[in-house]
Ligand binder design. Sequence first.
Ligand code: FAD
Ligand code: FES
Length: 265
Amino acid sequence: MRHEPRAPILQKSSWGDFHLLRIAAPEMAAEAGPGQFLMIRTSPGSDPLLRRPISLHDAGDGWLEIFFRTAGRGTAQLAAKKKGEALDVLGPLGQGFRLEGAWKAKAAWLVGGGRGIAPLFFLGRRLKARGARVKVLYGGKTSAEVPIAEKFEAAGLHPIVATDDGSLGLKGFVTALLEKELAAVKTPPKALFVCGPDPMMEKTAVLALARGIPAQLSLEAIMGCGFGACWGCVHRIRREGEGKWRKICEDGPVFAAEEIVWGEG
Ligand SMILES: Cc1cc2nc3c(=O)[nH]c(=O)nc-3n(C[C@H](O)[C@H](O)[C@H](O)COP(=O)(O)OP(=O)(O)OC[C@H]3O[C@@H](n4cnc5c(N)ncnc54)[C@H](O)[C@@H]3O)c2cc1C
Ligand code: FES
């Protein structure tokens, strides 16, 4: 874990409540993997006191990107930052997505709901670069809640979109889109990577387990420290037949579908 107290903001884009920041952080960028996250100080003072966890949306030569939705005070402060200001960040943190089988098998599906799409861009780019056939399923409540569909398109990741109100793509939940896509293929994907609200992830895990598709899911929790010190982020995880409280920040945030005990976060 590295600490960069003054990472300059190089670029900023906004779509309503959603924001994308690119920061300069060369050492972190060199180590970053898809599914890892940053802990970001959003205010120079003590309101809020705690850093906020935000996934790595992308990484390149000397830079990192984050994509986030305003949820409360911390993310509103982050959204107010301008190009040229600096961010105080810790990272990269956590155990991200494990890619091994996915690009060898060459068929990986990425399923993102709302702000949960954030880590899947970096993952999709990396899988594609390693020769995988990547399918992206991207859901939100309305067309305004899938603001980076075009960014995926521009990266050659061609997302299939679902919105609850039907204003863009299939009308319905992204899990319904996943069921439809699974029903349409002869050979199921060899890997599913998922991030979104808990009910969406639980449903996706059930679909994957029922079909024997290996799935990795990125869990969320309210985090105190982000690096294993406070036990504020535990979730019940079943490994070697035994369910234990594990730290999402340190043992995750990415876990296999069969490991996650739902409803005990
Ligand atoms: C590993 C990890 C990666 C994340 N990556 C992203 C990302 O890439 N983009 C993004 O937009 N968000 C992401 N989040 C969620 C983000 O951390 C929260 O939205 C943020 O901390 C809220 O802070 P706030 O001060 O704005 O809101 P607060 O005022 O603290 O809270 C506002 C509301 O959001 C709820 N809330 C706060 N934190 C969480 C949380 N972690 N999960 C669910 N509900 C929460 C609170 O209960 C409250 O109802 C991630 C969370 C984790 C744990
Ligand atoms: S957030 Fe402190 S232990 Fe996970």
